[in-house]
Design a protein. Structure first.
Lengths: 303, 428, 277
């Protein structure tokens, strides 16, 4: 009996070991790609942020001087607030509008089928092209958006989309929302279509109205999707560069300057790579803070 | 389905591998030279340039790889080139970057001296930007002119002449201003675009203001002259002579608006004229160019130009010099400048008699060469000066005052501190 | 399949669906409209002047630029890098689910953190890296680098998806003596095809639209990818709006075809489950 037990324990241990090795082995490709193409560059960037590296010159170690000068720079802090405004503003609307759209177009019928197939297109177009198209539409004189709004009588004077600080921020948030909402919608539609029909039937039997069904059947089952989407959308928004760079270039007077665009300006319109990298690395704490706040808030809302 | 997909992927991979092998094999046979150049807005110029290089390639048996970079992407591509030390044998980039990157560039003294003796010298401004510490780190290629562009027909209707001074310019703009009919007097951006950055720098110098002193380090921006220059534009904006949306304009906005007949005066390179001649023929005769107006301190024009350069470790220097020589042969360089139709001005002397200069609209570009000053003047070109200009620290003051309702004095002080900080950063 | 809301007042929601489509597609419609306008109408005061339309811009794009090459380049780079990323992700996601090994959580979190950094910065060290490897100005530069953001994305999606696959099938196979690799190849993948293809199409879209790496790592015009090529249709202060819009419309065609092809099962797979932190 004892021997049998010992044997089984040894077998179990060897299986567990084999599991471990296989686990490492199978995740090795992903690890190597990430280490090679992300972690090593990130470490290099981190080291560069501790130097005074400029383009075309050798660098010397200066410790945390780059970071200290950032903390004293009000354009940097403006960029931080802009990044937060841009991300939070974008993500909120992406989720709300995405959810609404998903609920509306997730039905039977040819119209909705066609809509569901085509709605992804704004997300599928390369960002560089989207940015150009919206720039073209936002032009103040003879831009189609202003012209259409005036023709419809909705506004008297042209909206200074790119010239007014508040409107400029709104303008880029609109583009960002336009671009990402389709992705949110299809993710939620996929989740909706995987909610078992029986849940709706049984709740209907218990006399639940459509609204009650939404809150007690649909929404709880969308929890995990929505959480994933919030994470993804936040990451995408905080790192967004192309749209802002093409449409406003951070203007007017730094009203739409975000960390990503500021890093580019300092590094390539100036030539201070060390400082530029420090600004970019500052994106990490911003994203992590946002994510932590959101998860905390959501966990509370769920319980 | 799995198998079909795998087959397709395998076929694709095979195609890619074959393609790469074939390309690398064919390249291994010939000598190869990569030329990276910034796309000028006159297509004919770009085509002529490529043509000249390819001609040379045929004659010498070298395979020439032309890499075209658009102006928007130029910062990134040039930075990558300088940092890595490879990517192009011969590069063309803005001349003020020579001062910044000269440590990584090979000196081209022999060919510069050769060209100077053939043609009687480069223009002073070109020399100032590329001849540093006793060596030629670049070969000046051409300047990009910036002029004041008028609606000639509107001037005639109002019985006005193009302005000789900035005061004049303001009054002419006010008289031509007709917002009821959607025509604004001075259609210049007030935001992050190139045109206002260049216009304002020229305006500032004309009023006696400057960013740096002659030592290139002392920040001299906080002065009554600077105040006057800024007030000039702020007043025009507040009087409704500059379109309200100007803060959001990019480099192409004033072009578009001029061609659409919405603005009477702007500051621009001869792009508008070029596009009008080719695509809006009714607008072309209505365009008049003049050089920059004069201020209390003189007449100035911000210099933008392009230069040849090659990297220090480059292995094809002899071929590069050969190619530069070929491009600067009289018939080739004449062809090049002429094909630009005024978009660029020669930076080497003795090309002032080309046919194109007979056009009264293009001749001001040639004359501007004598009033051009480089970024950082009266100090030398420095990294700080370049950063201040390219990040629009000065023109951002306009936005701070008008949009953010900051007082002018405080905004100038802010800018002064920013500039001092930048200087300190580069001194670290 | 149909949900309660969708069945709620079907006519109203169908009408709303059309409205939604129009609103979202307005920029695309405007792209189309601008692309068929001649130069003078593009610069005229009235954007709704459609008096004389032309297909000139399309000819200019297809004839005067290397547009077709750009599409082919984007296609090759996107397909190959997505394929690599999928392979890597399938194995990684499977291993994260099935096995418990020390450091698993930190590895996973570390990979996600790497996803947070913008490519507009990572390209600096990667540029030197690629140049030293001699891969500059080749497809391989992009194919090697794209998995850096595609693989975490795919792994993330597939992780949630694989979790939802019941494990009984594999356990039977394992008991019968399959190795883990065989198990993955013969059992898991065939079952997971819809999810894998859905993830693949999404990853393809990300690769298709990438700009910074494609701009910096590729010099030759003939090797440019689509976004870089279209953005290069500007020269200084002249944006060739007509050709840019024409190129933009043409760029919509491949993604539309791709999504229409997979839409059969695309929305039926739930690949967006969270990690359940």
């Amino acid at each position: 009996m004892n021997k049998g037990l010992k044997d089984r324990i040894t077998l179990y241990k060897s299986v567990k070991r084999k599991e471990k090795y296989t686990g490492y082995l199978l995740s090795l490709p992903l690890l190597s790609v990430t280490v090679l193409v992300v972690i090593i560059p990130v470490i290099w960037l981190l080291l560069m942020s501790f130097t005074n590296k400029t383009i075309g010159s050798p660098s010397t170690f200066i410790g945390l001087a780059n970071y200290f000068s950032l903390f004293r720079d009000d354009v940097f802090w403006k960029s931080v607030t802009n990044t937060l405004k841009f991300s939070v503003g974008s993500v909120i609307f992406q989720l709300l509008i995405g959810l609404a759209v998903a609920l509306i177009i997730n039905g039977s019928g040819i119209v909705k089928l066609v809509t569901r197939s085509l709605i992804i297109l704004p997300w599928a177009i390369p960002g560089a092209i989207t940015a150009l198209v919206w720039l073209w539409m936002y032009y103040d004189i003879n831009g189609v958006i202003n012209y259409a709004l005036r023709t419809l009588g909705l506004i008297q004077k042209d909206i200074l989309w790119l010239a007014n600080p508040t409107w400029a921020l709104t303008a880029i948030i609109i583009v960002n929302v336009w671009r990402i909402t389709p992705f949110v919608s299809i993710a939620i539609i996929a989740a909706l279509q995987n909610i078992p029909h029986s849940l709706y039937e049984s709740s209907a039997l218990e006399g639940a109205t459509t609204i009650k069904q939404f809150f007690f059947v649909t929404l709880p089952n969308l929890k995990s999707v929505i959480f994933t989407l919030i994470l993804l959308c936040t990451i995408w928004s905080v790192g967004e560069f192309q749209i802002i760079h093409v449409i406003t270039k951070g203007g007017p007077a730094n009203a739409t300057q975000t960390l990503a665009t500021l890093a580019y300006e300092v590094g390539f319109r100036g030539s201070r790579l060390g400082q530029s990298v420090a600004i970019s690395l500052a994106i990490l704490p911003v994203v992590l803070t946002l994510i932590l706040i959101i998860s905390h808030f959501l966990k509370k809302a769920v319980t | 389905m799995l198998t079909t997909r795998k087959i397709i992927i395998n076929v694709l991979l095979a195609i890619v591998l074959i393609g790469v092998t074939v390309t690398s094999f064919s390249c291994a046979k010939k000598r190869k030279l990569t030329v990276m150049y910034v796309k000028i807005w006159a297509d004919s110029l770009n085509n002529t340039f490529e043509g000249i290089c390819k001609e040379w390639g045929k004659a010498t048996g070298v395979e020439v790889n032309m890499v075209q970079v658009s102006l928007n992407d130029q910062d990134t591509k040039t930075a990558a080139l300088i940092e890595s030390g490879t990517g192009a044998d011969l590069a063309i980039f803005p001349a003020h970057q020579i001062a910044i990157y000269k440590d990584r560039l090979r000196d081209l003294d022999d060919i510069a001296r050769e060209l100077e003796s053939n043609y009687g010298g480069f223009y002073d401004i070109a020399r100032d930007m590329t001849f540093l510490d006793g060596h030629w780190y670049g070969i000046p290629l051409y300047a990009w002119s910036h002029l004041i562009v008028y609606r000639k027909d509107l001037l005639e209707t109002h019985n006005l002449k193009p302005a000789k001074t900035f005061e004049d310019l303001a009054s002419v703009a006010k008289k031509l201003n007709d917002p009821k009919n959607e025509i604004w007097g001075l259609g210049i951006g007030m935001g992050k675009d190139d045109d206002i950055a260049m216009f304002f720098q020229s305006l500032l110098w004309a009023f006696g203001g400057k960013v740096f002193e002659s030592d290139g380090k002392t920040v001299a921006i906080n002065s009554p002259e600077t105040r006057k220059a800024l007030q000039y534009l702020i007043d025009l904006y507040r009087q409704g002579v500059i379109p309200p949306g100007a803060f959001g304009w990019d480099g192409a906005s004033n072009n578009k608006n001029f061609l659409a007949g919405k603005i009477a005066i702007t500051a621009n390179s001869p792009t508008i004229y070029y596009v009008a001649k080719h695509e809006n023929p009714d607008m072309a005769p209505k365009i008049l160019h003049t050089i920059y107006p004069t201020g209390p301190n003189g007449t100035f024009c911000y210099a933008t130009g392009f230069t040849f350069a090659t990297l220090k470790g480059n292995k094809n220097t002899e071929l590069v010099k050969n190619l530069i020589r070929y491009i600067f042969k009289r018939e080739n360089y004449s062809k090049l400048i002429s094909s630009g139709e005024g978009s660029v001005d020669p930076w080497i002397r003795s090309f002032e008699n080309l046919e194109i200069w007979k056009d009264p609209n293009l001749e001001p570009g040639l004359r501007s060469l004598d009033i051009m000053k480089s970024v950082g003047w009266p100090g030398p070109v420095t990294r700080s000066a370049a950063e201040v200009f390219q990040r629009r620290i000065l023109t951002d003051i306009l936005g701070r005052v008008i949009n953010d309702k900051q007082s002018l004095d405080k905004a100038i002080e802010e800018a002064e501190n920013k500039i001092k900080d930048i200087v300190a950063q580069y001194a670290k | 399949m149909t949900q309660k809301v969708g069945r709620f007042r079907p006519r109203l929601t169908s009408f709303l669906a059309i409205l939604i489509l129009l609103v979202f597609f307005f920029p695309l419609i405007w792209m189309l409209v601008t692309s068929i306008k001649p130069h003078d109408l593009i610069y005229s005061s009235n954007p709704f002047d459609f008096s004389h339309l032309t297909m000139d811009n399309y000819f200019k794009v297809l004839h005067d630029t290397s547009f077709i090459r750009w599409i082919i380049n984007s296609f090759i780079v996107a397909v190959v890098s997505t394929f690599i990323s999928l392979v890597v992700s399938i194995f990684a996601a499977y291993s994260f689910i099935k096995f418990d090994f020390p450091g698993k959580d930190s590895i996973w979190k570390g990979i996600l953190i790497c996803y947070l950094l913008p490519t507009s910065l990572l390209f600096i060290p990667l540029y030197t890296f690629i140049t030293k490897l001699g891969l500059f100005d080749t497809y391989f530069a992009l194919i090697l680098v794209y998995p850096s953001f595609l693989a975490p994305f795919c792994t993330w999606l597939l992780y949630g998806y694989f979790k939802s696959i019941p494990s009984e099938i594999e356990e039977v196979a394992l008991l019968e003596g399959c190795t883990y690799t065989q198990c993955i190849l013969r059992i898991v993948i065939p079952v997971a095809i819809p999810g894998i293809i859905s993830t693949g199409v999404l990853a393809l879209t990300l690769a298709w639209g990438e700009y910074i790496y494609a701009l910096v790592f590729i010099n030759t015009n003939l090797l440019k990818t689509l976004p870089v090529g279209v953005a290069s249709l500007e020269a200084g202060d002249v944006y060739s709006w007509g050709p840019i819009m024409a190129a933009a419309i043409l760029s919509c065609i491949p993604p539309t075809i791709a999504y229409l092809t997979v839409q059969r099962f695309f929305l039926k797979t739930n690949i967006f489950l969270s990690l359940g932190r």
